[in-house]
Design a protein around this ligand. Sequence first.
Ligand SMILES: [Mg+2]
Length: 231
Amino acid sequence: MKEYRYIFIDLDDTLWDFHTNARISLELMFHDRRLDHYFKDFDEFFRIYAKRNIELWEAYGKGEITQDFLKAERFRYPLSKMGVNDEELAEEIGHQYLDILPTQKVLMPQALEILEYLSARYPLTLISNGFKETQHRKINSSGIADFFSHIVLSEEAGALKPDPKIFHYAMQLNNASADECIMIGDSYAADIQGAINAGIDQVYYPLDGLQKDNQPATYFIRNLSELKQWL
Ligand SMILES: [Mg+2]
Protein backbone atom coordinates (compact mmCIF):
# COMPACT_ATOMS: atom_id res chain seq x y z
CA MET A 1 0.00 0.00 0.00
CA LYS A 2 1.24 3.44 -0.96
CA GLU A 3 2.28 5.83 1.81
CA TYR A 4 0.79 9.25 1.32
CA ARG A 5 2.24 12.26 3.08
CA TYR A 6 -0.01 15.10 1.96
CA ILE A 7 -3.77 15.21 1.60
CA PHE A 8 -5.62 17.53 -0.75
CA ILE A 9 -9.36 17.90 -0.28
CA ASP A 10 -12.25 19.72 -1.97
CA LEU A 11 -14.74 21.93 -0.07
CA ASP A 12 -18.23 22.03 -1.65
CA ASP A 13 -20.16 18.77 -1.31
CA THR A 14 -17.04 17.00 -0.03
CA LEU A 15 -16.76 18.75 3.37
CA TRP A 16 -19.29 21.60 3.30
CA ASP A 17 -22.79 20.35 2.46
CA PHE A 18 -23.55 22.68 -0.42
CA HIS A 19 -26.92 21.14 -1.27
CA THR A 20 -28.33 21.38 2.25
CA ASN A 21 -26.86 24.83 2.85
CA ALA A 22 -28.28 26.09 -0.44
CA ARG A 23 -31.76 24.85 0.44
CA ILE A 24 -31.62 26.45 3.90
CA SER A 25 -30.47 29.75 2.37
CA LEU A 26 -33.20 29.71 -0.26
CA GLU A 27 -35.82 29.07 2.39
CA LEU A 28 -34.57 31.94 4.55
CA MET A 29 -34.58 34.23 1.52
CA PHE A 30 -38.06 32.98 0.47
CA HIS A 31 -39.62 33.91 3.81
CA ASP A 32 -37.69 37.15 4.21
CA ARG A 33 -38.85 38.39 0.80
CA ARG A 34 -42.40 37.14 1.39
CA LEU A 35 -42.31 35.04 -1.76
CA ASP A 36 -45.29 33.14 -0.33
CA HIS A 37 -47.31 35.91 -2.00
CA TYR A 38 -46.45 34.30 -5.32
CA PHE A 39 -45.94 30.60 -4.52
CA LYS A 40 -48.13 28.16 -2.65
CA ASP A 41 -45.22 27.35 -0.37
CA PHE A 42 -41.44 27.06 -0.31
CA ASP A 43 -41.51 23.54 -1.76
CA GLU A 44 -43.31 24.75 -4.85
CA PHE A 45 -40.74 27.49 -5.37
CA PHE A 46 -37.86 25.12 -4.68
CA ARG A 47 -39.04 22.50 -7.18
CA ILE A 48 -39.23 25.04 -10.01
CA TYR A 49 -35.95 26.70 -9.00
CA ALA A 50 -33.97 23.47 -8.57
CA LYS A 51 -34.98 22.01 -11.94
CA ARG A 52 -34.10 25.22 -13.78
CA ASN A 53 -30.86 25.64 -11.81
CA ILE A 54 -29.61 22.20 -12.92
CA GLU A 55 -30.40 22.98 -16.58
CA LEU A 56 -28.61 26.31 -16.30
CA TRP A 57 -25.49 24.75 -14.72
CA GLU A 58 -25.40 22.23 -17.57
CA ALA A 59 -25.63 25.03 -20.14
CA TYR A 60 -22.95 26.97 -18.25
CA GLY A 61 -20.69 23.91 -18.20
CA LYS A 62 -21.01 23.69 -21.99
CA GLY A 63 -20.15 27.37 -22.32
CA GLU A 64 -23.60 28.25 -23.69
CA ILE A 65 -24.43 30.91 -21.08
CA THR A 66 -22.51 33.22 -18.76
CA GLN A 67 -22.37 32.94 -14.99
CA ASP A 68 -24.20 36.28 -14.67
CA PHE A 69 -27.04 34.99 -16.82
CA LEU A 70 -27.26 31.85 -14.69
CA LYS A 71 -27.35 33.82 -11.43
CA ALA A 72 -30.26 36.00 -12.62
CA GLU A 73 -32.22 33.48 -14.69
CA ARG A 74 -32.56 30.86 -11.96
CA PHE A 75 -34.67 33.37 -9.97
CA ARG A 76 -36.28 35.14 -12.93
CA TYR A 77 -37.66 31.82 -14.19
CA PRO A 78 -39.65 30.66 -11.12
CA LEU A 79 -41.07 34.17 -10.69
CA SER A 80 -42.14 34.41 -14.34
CA LYS A 81 -43.75 30.97 -14.05
CA MET A 82 -46.03 32.57 -11.45
CA GLY A 83 -46.72 35.51 -13.75
CA VAL A 84 -44.30 37.84 -11.95
CA ASN A 85 -42.01 39.49 -14.46
CA ASP A 86 -39.94 41.58 -12.08
CA GLU A 87 -36.33 41.78 -13.19
CA GLU A 88 -35.31 43.85 -10.18
CA LEU A 89 -36.83 41.46 -7.65
CA ALA A 90 -35.14 38.50 -9.36
CA GLU A 91 -31.80 40.25 -9.17
CA GLU A 92 -32.26 41.30 -5.54
CA ILE A 93 -33.22 37.86 -4.29
CA GLY A 94 -30.32 36.40 -6.26
CA HIS A 95 -27.91 38.65 -4.38
CA GLN A 96 -29.58 37.99 -1.07
CA TYR A 97 -29.28 34.24 -1.59
CA LEU A 98 -25.56 34.52 -2.33
CA ASP A 99 -25.10 36.65 0.81
CA ILE A 100 -26.83 34.13 3.06
CA LEU A 101 -25.32 30.97 1.54
CA PRO A 102 -21.72 31.22 2.82
CA THR A 103 -22.95 31.92 6.37
CA GLN A 104 -24.44 28.41 6.57
CA LYS A 105 -22.58 25.71 8.45
CA VAL A 106 -23.94 22.28 7.63
CA LEU A 107 -21.09 19.85 6.92
CA MET A 108 -21.21 16.51 5.10
CA PRO A 109 -21.75 13.45 7.32
CA GLN A 110 -18.56 12.58 9.28
CA ALA A 111 -16.73 15.61 7.85
CA LEU A 112 -15.74 17.00 11.23
CA GLU A 113 -14.68 13.62 12.55
CA ILE A 114 -12.56 12.86 9.47
CA LEU A 115 -10.96 16.31 9.53
CA GLU A 116 -9.95 15.74 13.15
CA TYR A 117 -8.56 12.31 12.26
CA LEU A 118 -6.68 13.37 9.12
CA SER A 119 -5.33 16.67 10.41
CA ALA A 120 -3.70 14.85 13.35
CA ARG A 121 -1.80 12.68 10.84
CA TYR A 122 -1.17 14.75 7.71
CA PRO A 123 -0.91 18.33 6.54
CA LEU A 124 -4.25 19.02 4.85
CA THR A 125 -4.63 21.33 1.89
CA LEU A 126 -8.03 22.56 0.80
CA ILE A 127 -8.32 22.97 -2.98
CA SER A 128 -11.44 24.76 -4.19
CA ASN A 129 -12.68 26.45 -7.34
CA GLY A 130 -14.87 29.02 -5.59
CA PHE A 131 -14.44 32.73 -5.09
CA LYS A 132 -11.96 33.69 -2.38
CA GLU A 133 -14.26 35.69 -0.10
CA THR A 134 -17.17 33.25 -0.39
CA GLN A 135 -15.07 30.17 0.30
CA HIS A 136 -13.36 31.77 3.32
CA ARG A 137 -16.76 32.72 4.73
CA LYS A 138 -17.95 29.10 4.38
CA ILE A 139 -14.83 27.70 6.04
CA ASN A 140 -15.08 30.17 8.91
CA SER A 141 -18.86 29.84 9.44
CA SER A 142 -18.57 26.07 9.61
CA GLY A 143 -15.55 26.23 11.94
CA ILE A 144 -13.17 24.11 9.86
CA ALA A 145 -10.49 26.70 8.97
CA ASP A 146 -7.98 25.50 11.57
CA PHE A 147 -7.76 21.97 10.15
CA PHE A 148 -5.89 23.14 7.05
CA SER A 149 -2.20 23.82 6.61
CA HIS A 150 -2.96 25.50 3.30
CA ILE A 151 -6.04 26.83 1.56
CA VAL A 152 -5.71 26.94 -2.22
CA LEU A 153 -8.41 28.79 -4.12
CA SER A 154 -8.56 28.94 -7.90
CA GLU A 155 -8.68 32.73 -7.80
CA GLU A 156 -5.28 32.81 -6.07
CA ALA A 157 -3.71 29.87 -7.89
CA GLY A 158 -4.64 31.39 -11.26
CA ALA A 159 -6.18 28.13 -12.48
CA LEU A 160 -9.36 26.11 -11.96
CA LYS A 161 -9.60 22.38 -11.30
CA PRO A 162 -9.17 20.23 -13.46
CA ASP A 163 -6.19 22.31 -14.66
CA PRO A 164 -3.09 20.56 -13.25
CA LYS A 165 -1.66 24.03 -12.45
CA ILE A 166 -3.80 24.39 -9.34
CA PHE A 167 -2.51 21.02 -8.08
CA HIS A 168 1.09 21.98 -8.91
CA TYR A 169 0.54 25.17 -6.90
CA ALA A 170 -0.68 23.10 -3.92
CA MET A 171 2.31 20.74 -4.24
CA GLN A 172 4.71 23.69 -4.24
CA LEU A 173 3.18 25.12 -1.07
CA ASN A 174 3.74 21.76 0.63
CA ASN A 175 7.10 21.09 -1.00
CA ALA A 176 5.59 17.78 -2.11
CA SER A 177 5.92 15.55 -5.15
CA ALA A 178 2.87 14.12 -6.92
CA ASP A 179 3.35 10.57 -5.66
CA GLU A 180 3.23 11.74 -2.02
CA CYS A 181 -0.21 13.36 -2.46
CA ILE A 182 -3.79 12.18 -2.66
CA MET A 183 -6.85 14.22 -3.67
CA ILE A 184 -10.33 13.69 -2.21
CA GLY A 185 -13.40 15.14 -3.96
CA ASP A 186 -17.00 14.76 -5.11
CA SER A 187 -16.62 16.06 -8.66
CA TYR A 188 -15.28 13.62 -11.21
CA ALA A 189 -14.69 16.33 -13.81
CA ALA A 190 -12.90 18.78 -11.48
CA ASP A 191 -11.35 16.87 -8.57
CA ILE A 192 -10.66 13.42 -9.96
CA GLN A 193 -9.79 14.35 -13.54
CA GLY A 194 -7.70 17.24 -12.23
CA ALA A 195 -5.70 15.00 -9.89
CA ILE A 196 -5.21 12.47 -12.70
CA ASN A 197 -3.95 15.30 -14.92
CA ALA A 198 -1.42 16.22 -12.22
CA GLY A 199 -0.31 12.60 -11.62
CA ILE A 200 -1.88 12.50 -8.14
CA ASP A 201 -3.85 9.55 -6.73
CA GLN A 202 -7.55 10.19 -6.11
CA VAL A 203 -10.42 9.33 -3.81
CA TYR A 204 -13.79 9.75 -5.52
CA TYR A 205 -16.69 10.58 -3.17
CA PRO A 206 -19.71 11.13 -5.47
CA LEU A 207 -22.89 12.67 -4.05
CA ASP A 208 -25.06 9.94 -5.60
CA GLY A 209 -22.80 7.21 -4.19
CA LEU A 210 -22.58 5.54 -7.60
CA GLN A 211 -19.37 4.14 -9.02
CA LYS A 212 -19.43 4.23 -12.83
CA ASP A 213 -17.24 2.22 -15.22
CA ASN A 214 -16.24 5.29 -17.19
CA GLN A 215 -15.12 7.10 -14.02
CA PRO A 216 -12.04 5.26 -12.78
CA ALA A 217 -10.34 6.50 -9.61
CA THR A 218 -7.66 5.12 -7.30
CA TYR A 219 -10.22 4.78 -4.49
CA PHE A 220 -13.97 5.15 -4.23
CA ILE A 221 -15.94 5.95 -1.06
CA ARG A 222 -19.59 6.43 -0.13
CA ASN A 223 -18.79 7.74 3.31
CA LEU A 224 -15.91 9.94 4.50
CA SER A 225 -15.07 7.62 7.39
CA GLU A 226 -14.01 4.95 4.84
CA LEU A 227 -10.86 7.04 4.33
CA LYS A 228 -9.48 5.55 7.54
CA GLN A 229 -8.90 2.27 5.68
CA TRP A 230 -6.00 3.78 3.74
CA LEU A 231 -5.12 7.04 5.48
MG1 LIG B 1 -17.08 19.79 -4.75
